[in-house]
Design a protein around this ligand. Structure first.
Ligand code: NAD
Ligand code: LMR
Length: 329
């Protein structure tokens, strides 16, 4: 392999998403089959041994594209020279924890990680935040990396998009390959808005193809928006393989570009498009060309969609105000 390896940092590497993600990265699915990778695993000290165990298994796969693995509990080491950063590790909500406590605990993780990215990352660094609350954690990290272009910080809503594809395909008796431009607006939370009004099914408008507003409002949107909770209920643990899969999709498309005529969903820094508060990291329809995600412009937003998008962004603005009040941004 003659190409210089791409440095990929995964935080929370010993967690369940980490376990589902690392082998796919090392096998070439994140960046492509001609790109060698060097993995940098960041964990907290008590989980370093488990991360070492995962690294042993990675060794035992003899992946041709895997040029090395570093394991550390120091963000300054983990983000040194990083090209792709997957911020997965986060503090889950535990019993008795208020929303403010959760935001504060995560601030303690994403502030130093943002600072370390600012100080040590490669010039082309791209960051995807998976750890919840993903959009606001991304905002915290981004606000502590003033030397990194803000558009390099993104939050994951691709899992929500993938969930929406399957729900729509089932409803219409088509396959996911027949669907295009089905995207998520807003927060990765129960207020998110999966948008059928701009989506297409075999070239036809998806909302028209469904022709059932009650199903859209009372079934499709809540099923997609509450799928994370339904998985937790069923599995006794939050989604892991599907989250890892979505992270792969998000980075692969960012680096390699989205197919002609296709849109995807990503939480990106708002430039004020569609009346969304500037500076929030919120999900939009985006395309990627030349390694850059750009917000799709010029879409007409009807009153139904407007209300849904505004409600989700209002929730994000509240989260932003809460972390501001805590001095985290
Ligand atoms: P997990 O608890 O199995 O693993 C999290 C790991 O992060 C643990 O190994 C923990 O030691 C580590 N960690 C904690 N603090 C850290 C720090 N400061 N630095 C480095 N590592 C640290 O959780 P999981 O199932 O892998 O999920 C990870 C996160 O992803 C959660 O916040 C979850 O809610 C979120 N998630 C997001 C989406 C999405 O679509 N955006 C989907 C699923 C899960
Ligand atoms: C998911 O969407 O599966 C995760 O964000 C888990 C959750 O808490 O909803």
């Amino acid at each position: 392999m003659t190409r210089t390896p791409v440095n990929v940092t995964v935080t929370g590497a010993a967690g369940q998403i980490g376990y589902a993600l690392l082998f796919r990265i090392a096998s070439g699915q994140l960046l492509g089959q001609d790109t060698p990778v060097r993995l940098k695993l960041l964990e907290i000290a008590p989980a370093l041994k488990a991360a070492e165990g995962t690294a042993m298994e990675l060794d035992d796969c003899a992946f041709p594209l895997l040029s090395g693995i570093d394991i550390t509990d120091d963000p300054n080491v983990a983000f040194d020279g990083v090209n792709v950063a997957l911020l997965v590790g986060a503090r889950p909500r535990t019993k008795g924890m208020e929303r403010g406590d959760l935001l504060e605990a995560n601030g303690g993780i994403f502030k130093p990680q943002g600072e370390a990215i600012n100080a040590h990352a490669a010039d082309d660094v791209r960051v995807l935040v998976v750890g919840n609350p993903a959009n606001t954690n991304a905002l915290i990290a981004q606000s502590h990396a003033p030397d990194v272009p803000a558009d390099r910080f993104t939050a994951m809503t691709r899992l929500d998009q993938n969930r929406a594809y399957t729900q729509l395909a089932r409803k219409l008796g088509v396959t996911v390959n027949d669907i295009r431009k089905l995207v998520i607006w807003g927060n990765h939370s129960a207020t998110q808005y999966p948008d059928l009004f701009h989506a297409e099914v075999n070239g036809k408008n998806a909302a028209e193809a469904v022709n059932d507003q009650a199903w859209i409002e009372n079934d499709f949107i809540p099923t997609v928006a509450k799928r994370g909770a339904a998985i937790i209920e069923a599995r006794g643990a939050s989604s892991a393989a599907s989250a890892a899969n979505a992270a792969i999709d998000h980075i692969y498309d960012w680096v390699n570009g989205t197919p002609e005529g296709q849109w995807v969903s990503a939480g990106v820094v708002s430039d004020g498009s569609y009346g969304t508060p500037e500076g929030l990291i919120t999900s939009f329809p985006v395309t990627s060309t030349g390694g850059k995600y750009e917000i799709v412009q010029g879409l007409e937003i009807d009153a139904f969609s407007r209300a849904k998008i505004d409600a989700s962004n209002a929730e994000l603005a509240e989260e932003r105000d809460a972390v501001k009040a805590l001095g985290l941004i």
